[in-house]
Design a protein around this ligand. Structure first.
Ligand SMILES: C[S@@+](CC[C@H](N)C(=O)[O-])C[C@H]1O[C@@H](n2cnc3c(N)ncnc32)[C@H](O)[C@@H]1O
Length: 467
């Protein structure tokens, strides 16, 4: 349902936010922006805007708009993105648990749009948690090809993995590695790489006031050093002709224009590719580089005073000369006949489809690997494609991820409920049926498993997700 959140939000005043901004940051932005600075600082007095992206892996745009009980208006630079009103609280709706959308800051949606991965490509999201861009990339790839989503921090990788599960993503390997380790494995492997870099977060001050407390000039410098190191690793993993996207949510030229300038000076075979700009998106600033590099105008800046969203920087580069080619092998199945037989017996009873992928088992857990999945021996794997379930004594127990990756017509027994809170709270539900494995659906969209035995549905909604 379309509403007018833009105008209402634009007019909401937030109080004197600029008073909380670090003094040195204010001085620096004044010096950089000069006569534009008052408009920039005025944006801190406005309420932040909220965004969500519907999930085209599960629902089409018109069906989503007909179903969503929120006030929505389109984000001009992302076809799947919408602004919503703060009072809507889409994160609390069962449609969120069903993975029909991902809540994401609107400017952040522009990054994956710039990468534009195609079906069947090999794509790396090197700094991926909590998964805003990974989930967008996987949807653009229509769950085909191979997507490696990596996150260095063990706690943050869990959130990434859960979001991938909720959105029904099946083409992704989730790893918890350093960029250096991945660079040893994947020399010249990827068609497209996203480095959504850790940064000083200046563009998020309005959304996340904690970022203000972390800010210092020293932190900006440390981030710039870290970013260059991550980019070195990304460069090694890019194949000839491959595309690299670099993005931050900060304003500082040291982390943006100057990081790109240093990268281009270091690697002669990297070239900037022009990013198409519309809807208030601005070019990067040559005058903020050390060598007044004109080509930097091809990069993009999203400013909170010029569009409805927070601050972002995006650059697109291409590797133009021959690169070493990948020498690795693809993963092969390690599954025993017995495990496969038990899974197929479950599948025949429960699903109307056969999942024909390379099967892989970690301990008793069975996964359907993404197409052309490279061998991952020695890497810290958090999720390997679609988690089908666990082999228990003489039976197969399906995983939550499988329910969330299915369409209603792929399920033999499903159950619509009048009251979803009971299911999402993990309670047992009296159904009167005796059908075995059942997928609980909301308006036909899977929420999770239940096992219906002698009139009662035993609840398999994961404990960690219960409300
Ligand atoms: C801007 S956030 C990524 C946001 C994510 N792409 C999304 O759209 O949801 C940057 C990520 O980089 C990770 N990071 C921090 N230090 C890193 C390093 N040295 N190498 C790789 N990633 C790092 C952080 O943990 C963080 O999750």
């Amino acid at each position: 349902m379309f509403g007018q959140p833009l105008l209402r939000n634009m007019n909401k005043q937030k109080g004197d936010f600029s008073l909380k901004l670090p003094h040195t940051f204010v001085e620096k932005m004044n010096a950089l922006l000069q006569e534009e600075a008052p408009r920039f600082f005025a944006s801190y007095e406005k309420e932040k805007v909220n965004g969500l992206r519907f999930n085209p892996l599960k629902i089409e745009r018109d069906a989503f708009l007909a179903l969503a009980p929120f006030s929505l208006s389109p984000v001009p630079f992302c076809p799947t993105g919408f602004y919503y009103e703060t009072d809507d609280q889409p994160g609390k709706h069962p449609y969120h648990a069903a993975g029909l959308y991902y809540i994401q800051e609107p400017s952040a949606m522009f990054v994956a749009e710039t990468l534009q991965p195609s079906h069947g490509e090999k794509v790396l999201d090197l700094c991926a948690a909590p998964g805003g861009k990974t989930t967008q990339l996987a949807a653009m790839m229509d769950n085909t090809g191979f997507l490696l989503a990596n996150e260095i921090h063990p706690k943050r990788v869990k959130a990434l993995s859960e979001n991938i599960e909720r959105l029904g993503i099946t083409n992704t390997l989730v790893t918890n590695e350093t960029p250096e380790k991945l660079a040893e494995y994947f020399v010249g492997y990827f068609d497209k790489i996203l480095v959504d870099a850790p940064c000083s977060g200046e563009g998020m001050f309005r959304k996340d006031e904690e970022a203000i407390h972390y800010w210092s000039e020293e932190h900006v410098h440390q981030c710039a050093v870290k970013q260059r190191h991550i980019l070195d690793c990304a460069y090694r993993m890019l194949k000839e002709g491959g595309i690299l996207i670099y993005s931050t949510c900060t304003f500082s030229p040291e982390e943006n224009e100057q990081t790109m300038e240093a990268l281009l000076q270091k690697y002669e075979d990297l070239e900037l590719v022009a990013i198409e700009k519309s809807a208030g998106i601005q070019p990067g600033r040559p005058e903020w580089t050390k060598t007044t590099l004109t080509a930097i105008e091809q990069t993009a800046r999203l400013w909170p005073h010029l569009l409805l969203g927070e601050g972002h920087f995006v650059a697109k580069l291409q590797k133009v000369s021959p690169a070493p080619t990948w020498k690795g092998k693809n993963a092969t199945s390690n599954v025993t006949k017995q495990t496969l037989r038990e899974y197929r017996a479950f599948e025949q009873e429960t699903l109307t489809i056969n999942i024909e992928k390379t099967m892989y088992s970690f301990n008793q857990h069975l996964f359907a690997l993404p197409d052309d999945c490279p061998s991952f021996a020695g890497l810290k794997i958090v999720r390997a494609g679609l988690h089908l379930g666990e082999q228990k004594k003489q039976r197969f127990e399906p995983n939550h991820a499988l329910a969330l990756a299915l369409k209603k017509e792929e399920i033999v027994h499903s159950l619509e409920l009048e009251d979803y809170t009971k299911y999402l709270r993990g309670e047992t539900i009296e159904t009167g049926g005796d059908r075995g494995w059942v997928v609980v659906t909301i308006d036909g969209y899977p929420l999770g498993w239940g096992k219906e035995v002698k009139g009662t549905l035993k609840n398999f909604y994961p404990k960690g997700l219960r409300i």
